[in-house]
Design a protein around this ligand. Structure first.
Ligand code: FDM
Ligand code: MG
Length: 250
């Protein structure tokens, strides 16, 4: 084992076209990761040698007095809660207009403004699941077919961001996706746009990707397949065999 072994959380991204089941599956994945963690935590609590009633003397923080960091958290991009995120939210709801290049850079800035916190979570051992990431950023802006805003231009602002350990792409034909209950009210939620987005996603496939058929079976079948894909990655990161986090598109 190399001395530089880094035990850390895993950075797991879920991508896919609208209505591919991404958000549902992110929530299920989080629940599965947390319940498998609490199962092993309660097993270790029943071990008297790892009792949590250890006495803390003095005021210096000790590992047993600090609350254990969460094993996993769920994020989504855009993160609409930040100042930049509120602008993006207004844009998606069409309550403001914005230049196409400018809004693209704001989506990217919304990832950059979270990257320090993301790395800190991973370092403390927390697995971060992200519902969309830079792949959505590129696929959507490039699908607007604005002269100059091609794939290469769209990727540039996200170069160097933390690279996912795993990107699960939920593959679904946009025609099928549209049948799943129609689109909502937000910008980009129409079949023509979604078909171009789907084609762009395919061009962005890299070695972090695992493509899963979102229509392979029911919701449980898909979530089982996702969990089976994610588990070895989480375990490798926890064991320190995955190496340090890389940088996207570098
Ligand atoms: N979207 C999402 C972008 O256009 N660029 C980005 O960088 C990201 C992360 O925003 F239509 C688009 C994709 C989608 C919309 O996403 C909001 P959610 O998942 O519906 O909140
Ligand atoms: Mg949406």
């Amino acid at each position: 084992t190399p001395s530089s072994t880094i035990r850390r959380g895993a950075f797991i991204v879920l991508e896919g076209v609208d209505r591919s089941g991404k958000s549902t599956q992110c929530t299920r994945l989080l629940a599965k990761l947390l319940s498998s963690a609490s199962a092993s935590a309660s097993a270790s609590r029943s071990d008297p040698s790892s009792s949590s009633s250890a006495i803390n003397v003095g005021s210096s923080p000790s590992p047993s007095s600090a609350p254990a960091p969460p094993l996993a958290v769920l994020w989504r991009f855009p993160d609409r809660t930040t100042t930049i995120g509120r602008l993006i939210d207004s844009y998606l709801k069409s309550s403001v207009e914005c230049d196409d290049a400018a809004i693209h850079l704001l989506f990217s800035a919304n990832r950059h403004e979270k990257s320090r916190e993301l790395l800190a979570l991973l370092e403390q051992g927390t697995t971060v699941i992200a519902d969309r990431y830079a792949y959505s950023g590129v696929a959507f802006t490039a699908a607007k077919q604005v002269p100059g805003l091609d794939l290469a231009w769209c990727k540039q602002p996200d170069v160097g961001l933390p690279e996912p350990d795993l990107t699960v792409f939920l593959n679904l034909d946009p025609q099928e996706a549209a049948k799943r209950g129609g689109y909502g009210e937000e910008r980009y939620e129409n079949l023509e746009m979604q078909a171009r987005v789907a084609a762009n996603f395919m061009k962005l496939q890299d070695n972090t990707w695992t493509v899963l058929d979102a229509a392979m079976g029911d919701v449980d079948a898909v979530s089982d397949a996702i969990y089976a894909t994610v588990t070895p990655v989480v375990e490798a990161c926890a064991a320190g065999t995955a190496g340090p986090i890389k940088q996207l598109w570098l």
